[in-house]
Structures are given as C-alpha cells and as structure tokens.
Design a protein around this ligand. Structure first.
Ligand code: ADP
Length: 472
C-alpha cells in the first residue's frame, strides 16, 4: 500500500489533535455555563428558603402542627415561592405541600436522608425543576423545606449552547482541515522543488545544483547539505575522469614508442647490433610502462580504499638505514655526492614499513633524477617536538614557486620535457602524499629554481621505545 504523503499525514495529525481540543473545549464551556446558571438558581432558592425560615421563626414557639399548617398555607398559597414548596415537621408530618406537587404526586427525599441541604433536578411532566431540600431550624424545631423553581430557561439555554457547538464544530473542523493542508503544502513545497531538481541531476549535468533556499530553517540546511554533497561528488567524479584521461594518455606514449621502435626495426633487415639496440629501447619503455602501471594501480587501490596499510610501531631509523644503503650505488653511478644523517631512535612511529620505505624511495629517486652531476643529495632523520622528521635535500634543478603546490597532484610535472626523458609520469609525489596522509603526517617542499629542493615529511611519534637497543 502506498504511504500517505507527509503533507497529508501532517494534516491528519493536526486534525485529530484539533478535534480532541475542540471537544474538550466545547464540553468544558458547556459544563462551566451549566454550573454558573445553576449557581444563580441555587442562590435564588437559598434566599427563598431563608425567607421561609424567617417566617417559621415568626410563629409562636409552642404552635401546634395544625396551627402551623394553617399559617403556612395562608401565606404560601398566595406567594410565588409557594408554588413548588413542601414543608415537613421533624416527625415527617406534612405542614405544607403546594397544589402542583399534590397534583403531580412528586416524591421528594425524606427528611432522614438530608444532612444540611441538597439540590436536585427533576423533570415533571416534561417541565424542568430544581429543588433545594434543606433543614430549617426555627423556634427549636427542625423542619424540612423542599423549595422548587422551574428551570426550563436554564435547560433551554444549555441546549441552545450545545446546538451551536455542534453546528459550528464541523464548520471549524473543515476550516482547520483546509487551513492545515494549505499550511503543510506551503511548508513542504520547497521539498517538491528540491525533489524535481534532484531527479534531473545525473552524470551529464553534475554541475547543476538544487535551488538555494533562504528560509533559514531545516529545509535550507537540507538543501545546503545536499549541495555540499553534490560538490563533493562532482569533484570526485571530475578527479576520476581526469585520472582516467591522464592515465590513458600516459600509457599511450610508451606503447606507441614501443610500436614505432619495432616497426622501424622490421622495415628492413638489420645487423645484430642494431636489433639489439632496438630491443634495448623496447625493453626500457616496457619497464617504464610496467612501473607506470604499478603506480596507477597503487593510486586506484588507494582511491577505492582497498590499499590497506599495516600499521605497527616502527623504528624508522632502521628502515631508512636500509633505504640509504640501496641508493649508495645509484649515487656513485650518477656521480652525485650522497650523505645521510640518521639520528639514533628516540621514538617509534605508527606506520607501514613498506609504504614509508616507498616514500623515502620516491623522494630519493626524484632527488637523483633532477640533480645533475656534480651535485649533492642529503637525507636526514631526527625527532623534533613529538614529530619524526625526514628531510631529503638536493642541489638540483629546483622547483618554481608556482609549481610547488601542484607537484603533489597526480600527473603534474613541473618541467614536462625533462621529466618525460627522466621517465616520470608525475605520480610519485601523489603516491607519497597519500601514504603520508594515511599516517596523519604532512609533506612539504621548499625550493627555488636552480638552487635545489628540500622535501620534508613529518610523522607523529607514538612513544619512546621501551628497549631501544633491541629495535635498533
Ligand atoms: P615524476 O615521476 O615526474 O618525478 P613526481 O610526482 O615524483 O613525478 O614529481 C612531480 C614533479 O615534481 C616532477 O615532474 C618534477 O617536475 C618535480 N620534482 C619532484 N621532485 C623534484 C626535485 N627533487 N627537484 C626538482 N623537481 C622535482
């Protein structure tokens, strides 16, 4: 079954609450009016009973029942207040009973059951009455007076009030229903607009945004949040598209070089030396392609979150010692002076050894790639203010200020022509940056064109090693 819309549900809830409130209010008002009207009647009856008391007190103390009957009859037959009156003596002997009460054989509460006074509503032959039954003390005797008054007006007023309530309730209810529905539609109409726009956004028009609401409420927060989410999706989408485009472009170059080399070699028959030379070129390009594919795969795995790093407490001094050893030979071949200063371990770094070794390799590879002989490359490692600091400094080509931020981006090469001949695709530093960020560290460069570069990696240290000698 299809669920009702929020607008309809809100209206129904609103109506349910409104109907309950209306019923409680109507019933409350009716009860208050009723209480007030009967209070007025009771006040007037109390006054009449008081008059009767005064009358009884004015009689002789030792007057007989017969004498009292005569006196009360004489006065109250003519009195308006005697029309619905009954007076009885202590022994329940009847002193006075109005003609109306006699004709209609109205039975009123016997004396014993009344304490002080009580009020009672009676319907006699379709007419409404209210009686006040009260003990009246006069001249040392206790009488029971039942004083009545017609309350047709009161009942009629109450009935009229009830009819008005019942008549206007549906009207108010209808008014509230339409008002509630209009209000909820009005409040939720921006949601419909958001839904319509959101439905149209796809890969082809990812730069479209939801209408900006200025309502300052939850809906504005919702649209702002969705737009921020679209910003992130768009930039991720653009990164992926850019990455695919750049990757295909980078792969096309070595593949076409391999192809051209092979085609040239096969165009006519050549001597062994020439074939060997062609194969050597092909092998070199194939090796570059393999390393490029490995870098691409590493980044793709990093993007998809599948490149899991195995973090463990590491003594980086030891790891870097091994890395430096590996690069000594390269330095000798390239005739570049290479020195390393690795401080003995003070603290451990929580990290993945292979990944951090790769960071050092990338930085040293770049330093040797972009430093011509006779130049120098220095690696240093020390602990500074809770951070392990690795510096790779060279006296090479240097990097212009405008390029310094961009070199950490994928496929960015500061000096395109030279980088290509050196074999880089502009991915090394992007990989290094990703690894360092996974270790909650930072990587930065200081450089000036022609004056060399210094790459600085900072990683947070976790704790001083318990047994430094064992780890070293
Ligand atoms: P590549 O594989 O092209 O070296 P990287 O991401 O490692 O890619 O470096 C990006 C660019 O930064 C390089 O193409 C180069 O222009 C510049 N670069 C990196 N390291 C150095 C360095 N030590 N000296 C001068 N330029 C450098």
């Amino acid at each position: 079954m299809r669920k009702l819309s929020i607008g309809v549900r809100l209206t129904l809830w609103y109506l349910a609450i409104f109907a309950i409130a209306q019923m409680v209010f109507g019933a409350g008002m009716w009860l208050i009016l009723r209480g007030h009207l009967y209070d007025l009647v009771d006040d007037s009856l109390e006054g009449q009973v008081e008059d009767l008391k005064n009358f009884m007190e004015a009689q002789k103390k030792d007057a007989s029942i017969a004498k009292l009957q005569e006196e009360v009859n004489e006065t109250y037959v003519l009195e308006h207040s005697g029309d619905f009156l009954e007076v009885r003596a202590e022994n329940d002997a009847l002193i006075y009973r109005s003609t109306f009460l006699q004709t209609h054989a109205v039975s009123l509460t016997p004396l014993a059951s009344i304490k002080e006074h009580t009020s009672r509503n009676l319907t006699i032959e379709g007419r409404h009455f209210r009686f006040r039954l009260q003990k009246v003390e006069a001249n040392g005797h206790v009488f029971t007076a039942s004083m009545g008054v017609p309350t047709d007006d009161v009942v009629e007023t109450l009935n009229l009030f009830r009819s008005y309530l019942l008549m206007f309730a549906p009207l108010l209810f209808l008014l509230a229903a339409s008002g509630g529905y209009w209000l909820s539609r009005r409040a939720l109409s921006p949601v419909d607009a958001l839904v319509r726009t959101a439905r149209d956004i796809g890969g082809a028009n990812l730069s479209s945004r939801l209408p900006k609401l200025e309502t300052g409420d939850e809906l504005q927060r919702l649209s702002d949040t969705l737009n921020e989410m679209l910003d992130r999706i768009e930039s991720a989408f653009l990164r992926v598209t850019q990455f695919t485009g750049d990757a295909s472009h980078e792969l096309r170059t070595p593949v076409s070089l391999i192809r051209t080399e092979a085609e040239l070699a096969l165009r006519r028959s050549r001597g062994e030396a020439e074939y060997k030379e062609a194969l050597r070129h092909i092998l070199l390009e194939a090796e570059r392609t393999t390393s490029l594919i490995e870098q691409l795969l590493a980044l793709a795995r990093a993007d998809s979150g599948r490149e899991a790093l195995h973090m463990e407490p590491l003594n980086l001094s030891k790891t870097l010692g091994g890395v430096v050893e590996g690069w000594q030979q390269v330095a000798t071949i390239r005739n570049v002076q290479f020195s390393a200063s690795i401080a003995s371990p003070q603290s451990l770094v929580m990290g993945d050894e292979a990944a951090l070794r790769r960071v050092a390799d990338i930085l040293l590879d770049n330093a040797f790639k972009y430093t011509l002989s006779p130049g120098s490359v220095q690696l240093s490692f020390e602990t500074q203010n809770e951070n392990a600091v690795l510096k790779v400094q060279d006296s090479g080509a240097g990097i212009g200020v405008e390029d310094q931020d961009k070199i950490f981006e994928r496929f960015y090469r500061a000096d395109k022509a030279r980088s290509r001949t050196q074999g880089g695709a502009g991915l090394g530093l992007a990989i290094a940056k990703w690894i360092v960020s996974q270790h909650r560290g930072t990587i930065a460069v200081e450089s000036a064109v022609g004056c060399g570069s210094t790459f600085r990696v900072e990683l947070p240290v976790v704790a001083a090693p318990a047994h430094t000698s064992q780890l070293a």
